[in-house]
Design a protein around this ligand. Structure first.
Ligand SMILES: [Cu+2]
Length: 182
């Protein structure tokens, strides 16, 4: 009889250990940690391009959620070709995605990462509004109405007061052959 009592205990212990190991990966529904990305866009603008075939676009994507996301593609009514560029040591290069970290933001700004509208049939002019669709790895697409501003507009932060010739940004070595930032 005493021997028969020990067996159930062993099974209970084994069961508890298995549950403890298997439940740790958060595959049970309703894991409260994280939460979906919550994206919003602020500060979007598109400076009137100096080069009539190429325009840069700037905005900030905020992620108030608990999961990382990434901007993976962009489309627009301005042109069929919108690229994502990052700037490294004053040279820009095309990238396949731009991260939007959880609890953080993706800032697209002059001298940094930006959208690039290429092969423009007709250059946008100040006062126009360009419709841009942003598509993400996780979140649903966002449509943003982007106002076209003057060529020297810099969003809310007037760091250089436009007094230094306004040649901030990339493409000055001409290697890329597409200067789109004044
Ligand atoms: Cu660019």
């Amino acid at each position: 009889m005493t021997g028969a009592r020990r067996l159930p205990w062993a099974l209970v212990l084994a069961g508890a250990l298995l549950a403890g190991c298997g439940g740790g990966e958060g595959d049970d529904e309703g894991s409260g940690e994280g939460g979906a990305p919550e994206l919003s866009v602020t500060g979007a603008y598109l400076p009137e391009p100096v080069n009539p075939e190429v325009a840069g676009g700037f905005l900030t994507v905020h992620n108030a959620g608990g999961t990382d996301d990434a901007l993976v593609s962009v489309s627009s009514d301005l042109t069929g070709s919108v690229e994502m560029h990052e700037t490294v040591e004053n040279a820009m290069r095309r990238v396949g995605e731009l991260p939007v970290p959880a609890g953080g933001a993706l800032a697209l700004e002059r001298g940094g990462s930006h959208l690039m509208f290429v092969d423009l049939a007709e250059p946008p002019v100040e006062g126009d509004v360009v419709t841009v669709e942003l598509r993400f790895e996780v979140s649903e697409p966002l449509t943003v109405e982007v106002p076209v501003e003057s060529a020297t507009h810099t969003g809310g932060e007037h760091e250089d007061h436009g007094g230094h010739g306004g040649h901030e940004g990339h493409g000055e070595d001409g290697e890329a052959g597409e200067e789109h930032s004044p």
